[in-house]
Design a protein around this ligand. Structure first.
Ligand SMILES: O=C(O)C[C@H](O)C(=O)O
Length: 308
């Protein structure tokens, strides 16, 4: 299987690294507009192959999309990351044009491609890809829920003082500081609801820290995070490559599901060889339903700034 990763910055390189190291793809093509940058990252990563024990071939190109031809999956990480104090939504002005161009180039050379959107504001960028690519909706997947859920589990394990492997949980709705919806009501430690172990104060802490997970890292790093985003993408690509039918929250075009239409928002889905195999309908509490609807309203407002 051939996978293209557009954008060879920290997030794109991290995606390529984790995908290669897991050794389930034959080829990863890195694309960047900066002269020689993707080629350099690809060469550096290839020189880890004998050390890290993988056979995936990684190549790089400066904007030559003919090299991406025949990609089964493409990951769009292009655009600018936010700086401390910014919201993801503020990136729309620059990133929308970039994501639109990248999408057109990818589809031109790989008409059957499945696209994973990482660029921010992610839910709106996924919507843009739906509106401009001509691809069927099961082939466009926004990466947010896998990452946000990993951050949720990190915060849960911290509060529970437990190993992360004891913890399960999921974040749905928007990939934004205010619109994330960590489903605390469904989170468990070895099957036992975490609400049985955590005080109200701890529960509130976990939810709030999860929602600003990306912003916290941006403040610490001076730019946005890359390890967990790369790892989250690699899990999604592996689910497709190996037809795992794994349940992963992803930003998907909704047509009535969760009471929403014509919007990309994070919902649990079965991810396999076809991309989105199905959307999973989970029963939400009345409060969660309200929060989901509020997140949808906010994303819809940002979508309104798009020009097709
Ligand atoms: O936080 C960001 O701006 C980048 C990314 O969406 C993340 O959550 O790490």
């Amino acid at each position: 299987m051939k996978v293209t990763v557009v954008g060879a910055g920290a997030v794109g390189a991290s995606c390529a690294e984790y995908i290669a190291m897991k050794n389930f793809c034959s080829e990863v093509v890195l694309v960047d507009i900066k002269e020689g940058f993707a080629e350099g990252k690809a060469m550096d990563l290839m020189q880890t192959a004998s050390l890290n024990g993988f056979d995936t071939k990684i190549t790089g190109t400066t904007g030559d999309y003919s090299k991406t031809a025949g990609s089964h999956v493409a990951v769009i990480t292009s655009g600018i990351p936010r700086k401390p104090g910014m919201t993801r939504e503020e990136l729309i002005g620059i990133n929308a044009g970039i994501v639109k161009d990248v999408t057109a180039n990818l589809v031109k050379h790989s008409p059957e491609v499945i696209i994973i959107v990482v660029s921010n504001p992610m839910d709106t960028m996924a919507y843009l890809v739906h509106k401009t690519s001509g691809l069927p909706k099961h082939k466009i997947i926004g990466m947010g829920g896998a990452l946000d859920s990993a951050r949720f589990k990190y915060r849960l394990a911290e509060a529970l003082e437990s190993p992360i492997s004891d913890v399960d949980g999921m974040v749905i709705a928007a990939h934004s500081d205010t619109g994330m919806l960590p489903l605390l009501s469904k989170a468990t430690r070895n099957g036992v609801p975490v609400t049985e172990f955590l005080s109200d104060e701890q529960q509130k802490y976990v939810i709030e820290e999860t929602k600003v997970g990306g912003a916290t890292l941006t403040k610490l790093l001076g730019t946005s995070a890359w390890y967990a985003p790369g790892a989250a993408v690699s899990v999604m690509v592996q689910a497709i490559a190996c037809d795992q039918k794994k349940m992963i929250p992803c930003s998907l075009m909704l047509e009535g599901e969760y009471g929403q239409n014509d919007i990309c928002l994070g919902v649990p889905a079965i991810i396999g060889a076809n991309g989105v195999e199905s959307i999973v309908n989970v029963t939400l509490t009345a409060e969660e339903q309200l929060k989901f609807a509020e997140a949808a309203n906010a994303v819809r407002e940002v979508n309104g700034d798009l020009k097709f």
